[in-house]
Design a protein around this ligand. Sequence first.
Ligand code: SAH
Ligand code: SF4
Ligand code: F3S
Length: 504
Amino acid sequence: MTLIPELTILQPDDKEHIDLPRTLEDELAVGKKRLYIESYGCQMNFADSEIVAAVMRNAGYATTSSAADADVIFLNTCAIRDNAEQKVRHRLKHLTGLKRQKPELLVGMLGCMAERLKTKLLEEEKVVDIVAGPDAYRDIPKLVEEAESGQKAVNVFLSREETYADISPIRLNSNGVTAFVSIMRGCDNMCSFCVVPFTRGRERSRDPFSIVREAQDLFDRGYREVTLLGQNVDSYKWSSEVLGARSEELGEEHASATPHSSLPERRPLAPNTNITTFALLLEMVAQIHPDLRVRFSTSHPKDITDDVLHTMARYANICNYIHLPAQSGNSRVLKLMNRTYDRPWYIGKIDRIREILGEDCGISTDMISGFCTETEEEHQDSLSLMDYVHYDYAYMFAYSERPGTLAAKKYADDIPEDVKKRRLNEIIARQLSHSAERNQRHIGQVQRVLVEGTSKRSDDFLCGRNDQNKMVVFPKGNHQKGQYVNVLVTECTSATLRGEVVNE
Ligand code: SAH
Ligand code: SF4
Ligand code: F3S
């Protein structure tokens, strides 16, 4: 009987498109079984877990935040670097202990590592009962049933169409203010170091109507920020012919399940074309409400357009922040990486961002140290690119060879680990000083901050992000999460801005 409150605490006012139980009996049935889901890797994986939770709820499972209480445990895994996989293997060891105490417990591996290793996972990790790739989540209740009958269950088929457009995610570990919205899946770029095209399959975009509807629904439920997610958002593309057919399907299917979410009046079509581009989609989401902030990730330097930058400039609620991963600052290495741009092209994009959006626009990057054959001078080019841009933030990695990728097939992983690490440390040190410098710029400025919750360090302080995605901490006063406040920044570290609220 303690199960219903738990369900309500997690999602007090869900409005799923898929049918929710309505009667008390149904509620009790939902409470019968519990799902615990743990996510690794990128934001897209976290967003996918919310889709899985929705599918499983429809199959009668409530989510729990305690692995020990669960009947089914899913690990939604990442395969991007070897250490991401090692982390999951380590976690499985712990789950083996849990399963010994509770033999009926089912353990499922989802996501990119599941897709990469397929049935090999079942051979290598005896504790695993279910293996489901990123396009198999609708099939998960069936896989669970199979596993309950004592068989190992696997579905790792990749799809050319699946976008889960009609499934309204159940927000897990949500602050109730910010949410991720997937706008596309897969990736058609073949960066030579990257496993994603193999684990996520072909790129496909999601119906723009379903995206706007999801964002509108979030806004109606009190959320104030959405981050539009894709591996390469600038190649988002939806053609009206497909749109016509799919929207009819979606409209009919969901009309009764979601009476409160109406379709937007605006047509998502560019003038004189039948294509919805990313710039247009961004605009459609921004138009939902001026108080709904819009972020997006990831932008690919080869594809980001002036159109996107001008759209950002036109809407105050599209955040002034771009994640534009360079990976390397050297043109030869970029060519080996198959990134399809070179250093001058990348610098051109940075200049364009500064021109159209100003010096204050936040820019972040991903950097890889020690890619195959990278020389000391080429590594210096990465540092000098960082000096040119002065990134606000960076995600930095030592190259990790991934089986099956183009680089693994074509090039020797010939930079010794200690050299990769040393180069990585140099990149990190450079970034720390740039982050500190970029944060200093805000001292004395008044920043508009969306309050996300109390500060981790102290209950007397609140925290939230500014336009450029920087965390700002300030005394609580009478302010609450979900509100916008103006904060005068008085001090900073390389990670955080601090200040006080100046006017309501
Ligand atoms: N779609 C995004 C990247 C997604 S993966 C883009 O194109 O920018 C996130 C980051 O992980 C990449 O940007 C890259 O910096 C890093 N990464 C990917 N494969 C890697 C590998 N084999 N070794 C080290 N880092 C890697
Ligand atoms: Fe990987 Fe490149 Fe696709 Fe990003 S764009 S997911 S790095 S293949
Ligand atoms: Fe990892 Fe897959 Fe994301 S490999 S980074 S979880 S797309």
